[in-house]
Write a protein that binds this ligand. Sequence first.
Ligand code: EZ4
Ligand code: CO
Length: 404
Amino acid sequence: MTRIVDATVIITAPGRNYVTLKLTTEDGVVGWGDATLNGRELAVAAYLRDHLCPLLIGRDAHRIEDTWQYLYKGAYWRRGPVTMTAIAAVDVALWDIKGKIAGLPVYQLLGGAARDGVLVYGHASGHDVPSMLDDVARYLDLGYQAVRAQASVPGLEKTYGIPSDGQAVYEPAASARPQEDVWDTAPYLRFAPELLGAVRERFGFGFHLLHDVHHRLSPIEAARLGRDLEQHRLFWMEDPTPAEDQSAFRLIREHTTTPVAVGEVFNSIWDCQQLITERLIDYIRTSVSHSGGITHLRRIFALAELYGVRTGSHGAGDLSPVSLAAALHVDLSVPNFGIQEYMGHASPADEVFHTSYTFSQGSFHPGDAPGLGVEVDERAAAAFPYEPRYLPTNRRRDGSVHDW
Ligand code: EZ4
Ligand code: CO
């Protein structure tokens, strides 16, 4: 029995907003969990502070599964991004504590390394095709074996996923309201095959090429795009349609052999049960921090393994270094690992989050420090106060709200 004696929520914005849970045991062992939910940060912070932290005091830090069941089933109200991100933060912090007490990195507690490293893909982008190609070249020169390619759609003023020149983050600046972008599907559907074809034409087929559609198409449009992209041999086409409509993927599947990846917005195994058991996708993108922590993510990945679906966890910059470390421990240990997204973090983040994962030749290793291998400098965190920031929203040319 190792009692939890303190549970604190830290909100900091080194480059962007992050919410971090700190759990402390009676022996002074500290565990960290990422509770960041992009654009809804304070809702998770309140869920933790007001509802979960008081329940954790006095509980045995070693009883990870029991704590997960207690927080999930005990709430009566299940699932949803706020609840599952809060539970994830508790779960990840408890795995961190268990590893530190055992003197082992978390991946050893999960069964040990099933591979030598974790293949990651980087984010290449540009305001036009030539600048996007230069960015792909930059990633390949850095040793990446997998690259996601996005470029501004001609005729649209802004395209999500493309940073302003010199910026590490592509989302809008701090503001009390979300920015509104204009979306037009027809030019995108014409442009996307051209953009990905340009990458293959210049760099060939000796690396993995990925593309994110960001939920913007109807099923038949996604089927068309998948067909048009077949010749470019994508590693995956990500989030082709709004992800909550699981049966829509059957239609895409019937028309194309381009592999499909979905799940960065999912929070539980129930959100992807049909997609997995009916083999409607190739990669499941659920993440440690938005899908109930290591405990629940392992359950999703185990279900996926039964059906030949591989993992491809979300790893954008809004998932903190604590999340990335947790993801790498899981990725290293699961048999059906596919790939891990790696976008990196804006430079002030490394003043707050001290990490021990390492990158070499397109792969990461979580390191062998006990626990997750991430420590948070609370004093540094205090120097970066929260400011409201939102993901953009999307409207069609006629002013109506569009999926994104
Ligand atoms: O929109 O991380 O694949 N990555 C993505 C990201 C997500 C954000 C959501 O917070 O789609 O850019
Ligand atoms: Co995405």
